[in-house]
Structures are given as C-alpha cells and as structure tokens.
Design a protein around this ligand. Structure first.
Ligand SMILES: [Zn+2]
Length: 148
C-alpha cells in the first residue's frame, strides 16, 4: 500500500494513502498545484472581505453626499435610506455566504476523516490485492466528491 511521498510542514511524512500509479496525494501533488489554487479561490476565501471594503467605501461616499460635503453630488435622505437598506441586505447576503462556505469546509473535513476511516477498515479486512484495487477505485473518484 502506497503512501504520499511528501512531508508535512512539521517534517513528518504525509500519511495519505495514494493509488499505486500515484506518488503524491491531492494536497501534495506538484502537478495539481494550479488545480488546488483554482479550487481554493473558487471557495472564495477573502472575497467577502473585499466586498466589505467596497461597501465601506460606498457608505463613506453616501455619507459625504447626504452631509453635503463639498464636491459631492447631494443625496436626499429618502434616497440615502433606500441605499442603506440595500447595503444592509448585501451585508446579510455576504454573511450568509460565509456561513455556507464554513459549513462546506466542515463537510470537506468530515469527508476526509470518513475517507481515512474507510481506508483503515478496508486495509484491515481486505486481502492486499483487493485493498489496492479499492484504493485505485477510490482515487478515480473526482476530487470534491469524497472531500479529497
Ligand atoms: Zn500528501
């Protein structure tokens, strides 16, 4: 049974089990670095905070306009109230998005744990050939499905 050839940041070997045709697990495969990067940015880390920076800028601009700061286009209080409601709605949407993302990440961790447990059980109970075949079959499942 093959394990990932990489080392963890603490210097101990990575314990992830890999298919016989593979040298590295998903997290350590240099050939999949750009895929990992894409997936990480797809998960949207940092996007919420970028949006909040934009919203703060918008709020400060709206405040200036309501207060009639020189050089800004005046904005009536009614329009400002509507803008404020829309901003609040957007903030709630960002918060909801963040909660959904966090629960997705938790699902992924649970998936990884379950995968590890499954491999241990298979290794214990199956003859070596059958175990290796099972690991190969599992590593053919597209990443994401079992949280790897
Ligand atoms: Zn690894």
């Amino acid at each position: 049974m093959a394990r990932c050839a990489a080392f963890k940041p603490d210097g101990t070997p990575c314990q992830s089990i890999v298919g016989t045709s593979q040298t590295y697990c998903y997290a350590h495969d240099p050939a999949r670095a750009s895929e990992r990067k894409r997936n990480a940015s797809k998960a949207g880390r940092g996007r919420g905070s970028g949006e909040i920076v934009g919203i703060k800028a918008l709020l400060s601009e709206l405040t200036d306009r309501v207060l009639g700061v020189e050089g800004t286009a005046p904005l009536g209080t009614a329009a400002a109230a509507v803008a404020s409601q829309l901003i609040n709605t957007r903030l709630r949407a960002i918060e909801l998005e963040k909660k959904i993302k966090e629960s997705d990440e938790m699902e992924t961790r649970r998936g990884e744990e379950a995968y590890g447990i499954l491999l241990n059980i298979l290794e214990e109970r199956l003859p070596r050939d059958a175990f290796e075949e099972a690991v190969r079959a599992l590593s053919d499942i597209p990443s994401g499905v079992i949280g790897m």
